[in-house]
Structure formats: structure tokens, C-alpha cells
Write a protein that binds this ligand. Sequence first.
Ligand code: ZN
Length: 245
Amino acid sequence: MVERLSVLYELQLIDDQLDELEELRGDLPAAVNELNSQIQLLENQVDAKEDEKKKSLSKRKENDNEVDRLKVSLKKFKSQLYQVRNNKEYDALTKEIDHSEELMSKLDSESIALEDLIQKLKNDIAEVEPQLETLKAELKEKESELKQIIKANEREEAKLKDKRDKIAAKVKKNDYTTYMRIRKALSGKAVVTIIRSACSGCHNVVPSQRQLEIKQSKRIFSCESCGRMLVSPEIADEAKKKLQF
Ligand SMILES: [Zn+2]
């Protein structure tokens, strides 16, 4: 049982060190994530606008071609007006001319609206571009800061992780599950000791009878206030010695 408690405390000590390394990174990982998603969002917006711009340009081009075609046939119809032989032919021809002119005017106003839209899209894209550049520069800076911090502690972190693997392998499976559950729920600290008669996790006093029982290390006791696993100061000292902390 002493060994079982001791390895749990060793695991906690190693995790404390790893947590400290993690804390050195501060809010950089979150900032990098946030910048990445902001950039992604803007890039998607730009892509959608570029796409709409492309479609509008090709629609306008189509309209222009259609107007050119209509101009040619209109010219033909108008010249035919001089050759009509009766009212019926005349009416049919003027009907064609009216129809072509109507269509041309419709296409022209459509093209004007498309040109406005294309201009608006161009402006929108131009507005987003400097924002994107600023965000990308910021991201680059934060990423390099983060990389530097990670690199500076790379070796220490690898060493600690290696040690952690070895110790975790010695922890009973059920204990490990409990440990990880409490660790997750109580910001990292799952196994604590008693300092000046109080739980070092929540600083609530541990009754003296319970302190005696914990000292005997016959089973795992939990703090009645915070639920963390408690080990005696002796076990804690021994674990520290083993890890040379
Ligand atoms: Zn407690």
C-alpha cells in the first residue's frame, strides 16, 4: 500500500512539473488557435466573394455578346423595313424590332447592376486583404514565440514525459482512472498531502483521527472537503526523494 500511494504522489509531482511547463506557454496556444480560425473565416469570405465576382464577370460577358448579336439583327430588321410589301410584313417586322430593343435594354440594365456588384465585391475583397495580412503577421509572431518556448523546454519535457510513462505504468489501473478524473475536475491536483494539519489541496483542516489513519497508509483516503486523494507527509517526502525533487 505504501508503494501504491507513493507512486500516485510521484505521478502528481511529475504532472505538476509538466503543468508548469505548459503554463510557460501562457495564452499563446489559445491565441494561435483563435488567430487561425479568424484567418480561416476571412479567407472563406474572400473565396466566396471571388467566386461571385467571377460568375458576375462571366454573366456580364455573356450579356455583352448577346447585345452585340441583337444589334446585328436589329440592323438587319431595320433595313428590311424599306423592303416590306404589305402591312402584315411591316407589323411582323416592327414587332421583332420592338422585341429586340426591349431585350437589349433589359440586358443593358442587368449589366449595369452586375458592374455595380462587381465593383462592390472588389471593394469588399480589398477591404479584407489588409486585415488578413495583419492577422497573418500576428499569427506568425505568436507561432514563433510559442515555438521558442517549446524548444527551450523540449529536452526537459521529453525527460519528464519519459519519467511519467514509467511511473504511470506502476500505478494501478483503477487508481490511475480516479487520479485522472480528479486531476481533470480539480485543475491538475489529484493527490495532495497534509501540511500543518490541513489538506494541501483545499487548505481545510483534516481531523486528527483521520490524520493518524492517513499516516498508517493502510488505504487511500480522500479529503472530505475537496475529494482529492490524501497521502501522509512521510509518503510525500519519500516520493520527492525518489524523484530527486
Ligand atoms: Zn482538500
